[in-house]
Design a protein. Structure first.
Length: 260
């Protein structure tokens, strides 16, 4: 089946809907996600939740059968497609969270790494096992993982190809949160909403500027990062939301942000 994109109040929900193949990513599915992102940019939603259908996997990675017997040009183009689509998720104007229930391997973890945040259930199992196939990650894993958990730890995970369980993933910062089941099974969409909801009380412009300051600053020197922060904080100050926020603070009331 194809991935689906649905609206759920102020959220968009992207579901990888191929449970019979553990939601593995084919090139056609990457193109369909790309088309869904075109749609998403036209919606007035305030957050994106990415989930996998079925009880076993968020996404088990690339479709290995599709990778076999490809020439080098086709392989290069496939990697470029995956990187481009996942970068679009990273660059979205709204925050995103991948809710990982079960396996998130290879391209599946790379998709989750492109999201702003990652939430996992206790059954989450994460990894970049490409070396076991004589390959390396090609959709951003070698670049995003070390920026998230540090170079040494990222190299150990990538070069061993091992599986990282939920508690370790949370401890090293690969997961922002582990959602633990109590009386009933975890609802991935509800978990994603619960994680994003406190942030979405604030204006989208301030959230976007804050995210840009951190992410762009991580890729440069401290001095340049401070310049980026200075410029973006000045832009934030010029917004109507900043006027509303400061006025609401002065008047001891709840701010009503308009994302403007």
């Amino acid at each position: 089946m194809s991935p689906t994109l649905d609206r759920d109040g102020e959220y968009a929900v992207l579901t990888l809907d191929r449970p019979q193949a553990l939601n593995a990513l084919s090139f056609a599915i990457l193109q369909q996600i790309d088309a869904h992102l075109d749609t998403l940019t036209q919606w007035d939603v305030r957050g994106l939740i990415v989930v996998g259908a079925g009880p076993k996997a968020f996404c088990a990675g690339a479709d290995i059968n599709e990778l076999m017997a490809r020439d080098l040009r086709a392989q290069h183009e496939g990697a470029a497609l995956g990187q481009r689509v996942f970068q679009r998720i990273a660059d979205l104007h709204v925050p995103s969270v991948a809710v990982i229930h079960g396996f998130a391997f290879g391209g599946g973890l790379e998709l989750a790494l492109a999201c702003t945040f990652r939430v996992g259930t206790e059954r989450a199992k994460l990894g970049l096992p490409e070396v076991k196939l004589g390959l390396i990650p090609g959709y951003g894993g070698t670049q995003r993982l070390p920026r998230l958990v540090g170079e040494g730890r990222a190299l150990e995970i990538i070069m061993s190809g091992r599986t990282v369980l939920a508690d370790e993933a949370e401890r090293i910062g690969l997961l922002n949160q582990v959602v633990r089941a109590e009386a009933s099974p975890v609802d991935p969409i509800a978990s994603g909403k619960a994680f994003l909801a406190p942030m979405l009380q604030h204006g989208l412009l301030a959230l976007s500027f804050a995210r840009q300051a951190v992410q762009r600053g991580m890729q440069t020197s401290l001095d340049q990062g401070l310049r980026i922060e200075r410029d973006l904080s000045t832009l934030a100050y010029r917004t109507a939301d900043a006027d509303e926020g400061m006025r609401a603070f002065s008047e001891k009331r709840q701010a009503v942000f308009k994302d403007a």
